[in-house]
Design a protein around this ligand. Structure first.
Ligand code: RFL
Ligand code: PHB
Length: 389
């Protein structure tokens, strides 16, 4: 088989790139390790920057999103019973959009299938060969049979645990990582959200987040210990702990119900440099991870796809390689800012095991400053709605 761009990974990054390139007449094959249902069963991001929304529109897959999404002009931040609101639109003129990653991915799969896009599921042993030559190729097996795809470029969109990043030799690759000493326990429940906007809640017992997917589907998280497993937490214990971390006014209004999904995500900051090696380009979680506190993971994947897509279009349609040559530097410049913001939001609102009394005072002063200072709120807003591409 031959294609122009072999895409490893059928998550949001790989599918969005495939769909955008297809619209410009550039041929791709997507290789996904799991089944479509498995990918759609992962409950992840909920908040989209407008840059992401515009990319979905450009890809021709925004109709359902435009109909069903919620637009949020701001968010609530609380500590104990004290809360304040930050108005993104007042500070930046831009809101964010609430539309789940599951729905984004479903829309992309539907569009790829409708256009006859080539997606191979349940691929095993995907291996990238000769990425630093002019003739790269990818081999994989499905149902016991080995296949080979010759291509011009390989896009590594296979997430944090994928093979693409590992293909770059350690003599070239430099990795930066911070692992946080806690995780997020998340549940999904068919209950109305406790508040019309998200609530990011710090408390003496740890962080909590009230988010949503739609008018009768809520997504809640609490900071938990890394040694916990979802089975340790009954629904009743989760709701009790969540209420303790929210301002009383919201805790009283919280509608509880059975969880329909419960999982724990560890928190990590991670960046690999460079994001390009020869004809291999890394995108999304394959190249970088942020703790979810700033809602930046999927959104940084989208900015990578934006840069790579435009670089590929320049290459194929104009014979100009400057976009591809500048990809790594340009993508990383935006990534590091999102890394900083996510790290800062995480430090602002979580309880750390080794925090001293002094550290707690610093955290409290930072929250007080944010509450009372317009410029600080503006800085948070600019980062939250997304820095320009
Ligand atoms: P994905 O989604 O991990 O997709 C990679 C795909 O590659 C496949 N794969 C392989 N395929 C073939 N061969 C191999 N060897 C392969 N290895 C892996 C995998 O099966 C998978 O289908 O990466 P992608 O596409 O880069 O997308 C990144 C996003 O999923 C991620 O950044 C976000 O979910 C992060 N995130 C959030 N991001 C936001 O922008 N806003 C949020 O509100 C937000 N909330 C979150 C989040 C992530 C969370 N978790 C669970 C980590 C909340 C949580 C709890
Ligand atoms: C979510 O709805 O899953 C969500 C929202 C905001 C975040 C992280 C996750 O910062």
């Amino acid at each position: 088989m031959r294609t122009q761009v072999a895409i490893i990974g059928g998550g949001p990054s790989g599918l969005l790139l495939s769909q955008l390139l297809h619209k410009r007449g550039i041929d791709t094959i997507v290789l996904e390790r799991k089944t479509r249902d498995y990918v759609l069963g992962r409950i992840r991001a909920g908040i989209l920057e407008t840059g992401f929304v515009e990319l979905m529109r450009e890809a021709g897959v925004a109709d359902r999103m435009d109909r069903e999404c919620f637009v949020h002009d701001g968010t609530v931040i609380s500590y104990g019973d004290n809360e304040f609101r930050i108005d993104f639109v007042e500070h930046t003129g831009t809101p964010v959009v609430v539309y789940g990653q599951t729905e984004v991915t479903r829309d992309l799969y539907d569009a790829r299938e409708a256009m006859g896009g080539k997606i191979v599921f349940e691929t095993e042993d995907v291996t990238i060969h000769d990425a630093d030559s002019d003739a790269p190729y990818v081999t994989y097996t499905t149902h016991g049979q080995e296949h080979r795809i010759d291509c011009d470029f390989v896009a590594g969109c296979d997430g944090f645990h994928g093979v693409s990043r590992q293909t770059i030799p350690l003599t070239v690759r430099r990795e930066y990582e911070k692992v946080y000493p806690f995780g997020w326990l998340g549940i999904l429940s068919e209950t109305p959200p406790v508040h019309e906007e998200l609530i990011y809640a710090g408390s003496d017992r740890g962080f909590a987040l009230c988010s949503m997917r739609n008018a009768n589907l809520s997504r809640y998280y609490i900071q938990c210990s890394l040694s916990d497993s979802p089975e340790d937490w009954t629904d009743a214990a989760f709701w009790d702990e969540l209420k303790r971390r929210l301002p009383a006014e919201h805790a009283e209004k919280l509608v509880t119900g059975p969880s329909i999904e419960k999982s724990i995500a560890p928190l990590r900051s991670f960046v690999t440099e460079p994001m390009r090696w020869g004809r291999l380009f890394l995108c999304g979680d394959a190249a970088h991870i942020v703790p979810p506190t700033g809602a930046k993971g999927l959104n940084t994947a989208a900015s990578d796809i934006h840069y790579l897509y435009h670089g590929m279009v320049q290459h194929y349609l104009d014979g100009d390689d400057s976009g591809l040559d500048g990809y790594s530097e340009k993508a990383l410049a935006r990534i590091w800012k999102a890394e900083r913001f996510s790290w800062w939001m995480t430090n602002l609102l979580h309880r750390f095991p080794d925090q001293s009394e002094f550290d707690l005072k610093m955290q409290q002063s930072e929250i007080d400053f944010l509450r009372s200072n317009r410029e600080a709120q503006s800085v948070l807003s600019q980062n939250y709605v997304g820095l320009p591409y």
